[in-house]
Design a protein around this ligand. Sequence first.
Ligand code: PEP
Length: 252
Amino acid sequence: MRIENRQRLVVGNWKLNGNLAENAALLGACANAEVRVARTLGVCSPYPYLSQLQSVLANTPVQYGSQDVSRFPKGAYTGEVSAGMVAEFGCQLAIVGHSERRALFGDSDEVVGEKFLRAQQVGLTPVLCVGETLSEREAGMTEVVVARQVGAVIKIAGVAALAGAVVAYEPVWAIGTGKTASPVQAQEVHAFLRTYVAKHAVEISSKLPILYGGSVKKANAAELFGQPDIDGGLIGGASLVADEFLGIWQAL
Ligand code: PEP
């Protein structure tokens, strides 16, 4: 059964996409979207555009933020961007542990835990991504993998930290591939994640928003979001097209 007081949200992850002109059109459409209480819309852009997000979205209900943060707060770490710097732009959100960061840039479970902590320390809501690869799913390891990924964050930040966080289940085989997990497949893992967190803290688990990510489109969003433990979506490709993105949000 769905818990109605859980936050429901759709968050866009632009990845390495965007330019000032295209962003302006997309953000304008988001800013003008009809306000819906208890259905949050969020946008996570590359760092250089945070100031543009702030100027368009700051006085709207749309939340915004970054796709990553450094595990370090400051210092001699060339190329890094700290959570504190992100927060200075009025951001609310920071994605951590996206599978592309884990696979392409070496973010281990421990590094993701440190990034989660850094984001939360400055008042950002971490959107913690977890998910298995195709070979892990085929080997029957899905639950082991997502439990390990969430468990690492609990070990580093403490289970209480999940009270102010969002988890996104993103099966790696469904990201950017056009292959969506079926609503039943997704629900199974979402329910597992909720039960796993409940073993540490029942109250936190029942209020924890768990988003699904992986080739969500306007056409499949409503069925996914209708599952009892799916509280919204983390949207990659489709978040770059205003009509698709807002259509997904309206399916919440
Ligand atoms: C993502 O990158 O978080 C994602 C879910 O991508 P896509 O929607 O393109 O599969």
